[in-house]
Design a protein around this ligand. Structure first.
Ligand code: GLN
Length: 480
């Protein structure tokens, strides 16, 4: 049962061919079988999930047909759910119990979902391999010597290993799409403002978005239908008429114009990835898409701009973790300042400290204009490059990541090479656009993700093209 897609399991539940309790039991059996080696979960809620499943069964019996009724899903551990531990895979939040529920999580619950647990991530979502988790290493289900990507590595691995039917992740610079690419699942970062961020532990507020990781494009669309919508609790939430994101999935893409970004298919991209992307391009052409190459000159500055904007915002957002209100309290300090300092020195890991220092420096008096302000200007140029391209194309295409999943330890001591794994995903966050990663083939036995990006709030069309790519590429999911 756990091997089915969300859509398939939901159809069995709705037809009465199975029960939510049986489905949930099947998922937990898989979790207990796979977790010793995959280690995607930080918390497992078996008893609560079975209670939710039984309640769902009562409602199913009465004929209720909520969109996720009885479907087991999991959450990245930077999303609040009342009464559960929310750690962000950081020592500083160990033992912190959420006193409220994120809007996106509440929407899953209101749609009838069963929550199986919380998933590993790079500490505070900072990283691209999940190796920055202070708790555990998550393995890539395709090759357990390889990383699952990050920062939503637990979410991508859990979906790939059939340890849930879908998961919520967060994406600040690629954290949904890049791990989805590494683990051979679908990852969607919605337009900034489409999904409420209320209750997501903030990393870089002008870039963060919550989105689904799923087994198929259609499953991602089903989840987005539930997640999207205005929320007064998030001041950046946007009021839009609701859309059915599954509506265009089976429509052909005859005549759709797609731009390939020259800079993201050149020398910085591994040859084996490039080859798979070329095959995917051919598959889209075969379905009638018109594909042309374009240049995005501002992209060469995207990584630098991102690491100024993201670290600046992180340095401000993470100031709240002082050992007083949340989590870890340093013992034995004689005064309050020493207590703050010790709590932060003991609680944060090395990558988080690096980012706080970089961001604090970038925002400091006398440097603001040279760094933060300049980065914001680069951001405008990137937005303009996309706007130009998307004025004449329906979508832009690139690999999601320049490489397939790499081995544990390969990049942890070289932050710059780690940061480069997000070269294709970061510009999308800087521009606030929707982006999706669809698995499109294997290179050296590991999945390659195709990234598609559309105009803001054009998720319907984005998903339509993504579904065509999925049909054309015949990617087979792994089943552990
Ligand atoms: N890997 C990028 C970083 O380390 C993006 C992380 C994210 O999207 N949360 O900042």
């Amino acid at each position: 049962m756990h091997k089915l897609s969300l859509k398939e399991v939901r159809s069995k539940l709705f037809k009465g061919e199975t029960t939510a309790e049986i489905v949930t039991q099947s998922v937990f059996k898989q979790i207990y079988a796979q977790e010793p080696s995959v280690q995607a979960y930080l918390s497992i809620y078996k008893e609560q999930a079975l209670t939710q499943a039984r309640a769902a069964d009562e409602r199913l019996k009465k004929g209720e047909r909520l969109p996720l009724l009885g479907v087991p899903l999991a959450l990245k551990d930077n999303l609040n759910l009342t009464g559960t531990e929310t750690t962000c895979a950081s020592k500083i939040l160990k033992g912190y119990i959420s006193s409220y529920t994120a809007t996106a999580v509440q929407k899953l619950l209101d749609a009838g979902a069963v929550i199986t647990g919380k998933l590993n991530l790079d500490e505070f979502a900072m990283g691209s391999s999940t190796e920055n988790s202070a708790v555990q290493k998550t393995a890539n289900p395709w090759n357990k010597e390889c990383v699952p990507g990050g920062s939503s590595g637990g979410a991508a691995a859990a979906v790939a290993a059939d340890e849930c039917f879908g998961a919520l992740g967060s994406d600040t610079g690629g954290s949904i799409r890049q791990p989805a690419s590494f683990c051979g699942v679908v990852g969607l970062k919605p337009t900034y403002g489409l999904v409420s961020r209320y209750g997501l532990v903030a990393f870089a507020s002008s870039l963060d978005q919550i989105g689904p990781l799923a087994k198929t494009v259609e499953d991602a669309a089903i989840l987005l239908n539930v997640l999207a919508g205005y929320d007064a609790q998030d001041s950046t939430s946007v009021e839009r008429p609701p859309q059915d994101y599954t509506a265009l999935l089976t429509q052909d893409i005859q005549g759709k114009k797609i731009a390939v970004i020259k800079e993201l298919l050149g020398s910085g991209i591994d040859a084996n990835v490039r080859q798979v992307i070329q095959t995917a391009i051919a598959a889209l052409q075969k379905q009638g898409a018109v594909i042309e190459e374009i240049e995005m000159p501002s992209f060469q500055h995207a990584l630098a701009a991102y690491y100024l904007v993201a670290t600046s915002e992180a340095s401000a957002n993470l100031a709240r973790f002082d050992g007083v209100r949340f989590g870890h309290r340093a013992a034995g300090a004689k005064d309050v300042l020493t207590m703050f300092k010790r709590a932060r020195a003991e609680g944060f890991g090395p990558e988080v400290k690096r980012r706080i220092m970089l961001g604090t420096y970038a925002l400091s008096a006398g440097y603001y204009d040279a760094y933060y302000l300049k980065a914001q200007k680069v951001r405008t140029l990137i937005k303009q490059d996309y706007a130009r391209a998307l004025a004449s194309y329906d979508a832009v295409l690139s690999p999601t990541s320049p490489s397939v999943a790499f081995k544990f330890g390969a990049k942890v001591n070289d932050p710059l090479s780690m940061y480069l794994s997000d070269i294709a995903t970061i510009p999308v966050n800087l521009a606030g656009l929707p982006g999706i990663s669809v698995p499109c083939g294997l290179a050296d036995g590991l999945p390659v993700g195709l990234q598609l990006v559309a105009k803001e709030f054009e998720e319907q069309k984005l998903l339509q093209i993504a579904a065509a790519a999925e049909r054309g590429c015949h990617f087979e999911r792994i089943h552990l």
